[in-house]
Design a protein around this ligand. Structure first.
Ligand SMILES: NC(=O)c1ccc[n+]([C@@H]2O[C@H](COP(=O)([O-])OP(=O)(O)OC[C@H]3O[C@@H](n4cnc5c(N)ncnc54)[C@H](O)[C@@H]3O)[C@@H](O)[C@H]2O)c1
Length: 307
């Protein structure tokens, strides 16, 4: 039986991946998490092991045991955090530790979460080889992770490092991210409470929203990638905020008009759109969920679960 380590496995994407690896791939899973933004409730019914520790330390190296690959999801994921040193220490130095673990343990494959945040308000559709222009230190930390990975892969040619630049992910198990959860999550809860959905004026901002089930698929496909590289993971079907409200209204059987308000952020991405030719070539990635279908599935699941 294959066995995988997921850092950040108690979080939104990591927990969805943990269940997919266990259920679809019948694999063993070890989660490493410090529970700073994740929660044990994301892992209810999880059958694997959990190491409660921090990627900033190396104390956990001896606890993991033999694994076939590492999925690295742990990070500061709140993009509004402005403490530059903290962001770099956790996201970049923490990643260095994970790579060092893989090296010492003889693990030949590391799949890690990068982000569309590296592109900031750069040219759309966003391509992996365009110069990063992050709008905040979060996006900057992810761009530096990609540099670290590139250099590490060049030095260790027997290892495969796959970076996945997730776009705007939504789906179940986001509850514990609080204000950092996706706008789908925020709007769903506002509308469920009978309130008008609050979005920035005038709802024309475009995002490449991608359903977490496609993100999981991209991660699973990365197990078969034949070389190292970094790929965008988006939906290829971007939508604007008004369209999100429309799809939520339809899926929830509501008719609530948006309430527009001023965007308070000076560092905001107004448009994101993934070019996923690289993901297709390296990962055979083909997104299955467009915005309307993803939201409909999400709303159905949210009706059945509290997370
Ligand atoms: N959700 C998105 O839209 C999105 C978009 C782009 C990139 N990403 C990236 O995907 C990855 C997963 O994000 P998510 O949305 O699931 O966020 P999340 O906050 O739900 O998950 C992150 C997990 O990492 C854990 N963690 C944080 N710091 C840690 C540390 N120092 N040591 C050990 N564990 C630690 C948290 O407790 C949490 O369980 C992150 O690397 C994030 O930057 C997410």
């Amino acid at each position: 039986m294959k066995k995988y380590l997921i850092t950040g496995g108690a979080g939104f994407i990591g927990s969805n991946l943990a269940f997919a690896l266990a259920e679809e791939r019948k694999a063993g899973v070890v989660v490493l998490d410090n529970f700073s933004s994740g929660n044990y409730k994301n892992l209810m019914a999880f059958t694997g092991d959990i190491i409660a520790d921090d990627i900033q330390s190396r104390a956990w190296f001896g606890k993991v045991g033999a694994v076939d690959a590492v999925f690295h999801e742990a990070a500061i994921t709140d993009t509004t955090v402005t403490d530059q040193r903290k962001m770099m220490e956790i996201n970049v130095d923490g990643f260095r530790n994970v790579l060092e673990f893989a090296l010492q343990a003889g693990v030949k494959r590391v799949v890690y979460a990068s982000s569309a945040g590296v592109y900031g308000n750069g040219h759309c559709p966003m391509k992996e080889d365009q110069t990063p222009t992050p709008e905040n230190v979060y996006g900057f930390s992810k761009a530096i992770m990609d540099n670290v990975a590139r250099e590490f892969a060049a030095r260790h040619k027997d290892m495969t490092l796959v970076g996945l630049r997730y776009f705007n992910v939504y789906g179940p198990r986001e509850y514990y991210k609080g204000h950092a959860a996706s706008m789908m999550f925020q709007l769903y809860h506002q509308m469920k409470a009978g309130k008008r959905p609050r979005i920035f004026k005038f709802g024309e901002q475009v995002r490449d929203f991608v359903y977490v089930k496609d993100i999981v698929r991209g991660n699973l496909n990365a197990l078969d990638a034949e070389r190292s590289g970094v790929c965008n993971l988006g939906s290829g079907n971007p939508g604007n905020f008004n369209e999100v409200v429309e799809a939520l209204n339809k899926a929830m059987g509501l008719d609530l008009a948006p309430e527009y308000f001023d965007n308070p952020y000076s560092f905001y991405q107004n448009k994101t759109q993934a070019d996923f030719r690289q993901a297709k070539a390296l990962l055979n990635y083909r997104p299955q969920w467009n915005l309307a279908d993803g939201i409909a599935d999400y709303v159905k699941i949210m009706g059945e679960t509290k997370i």
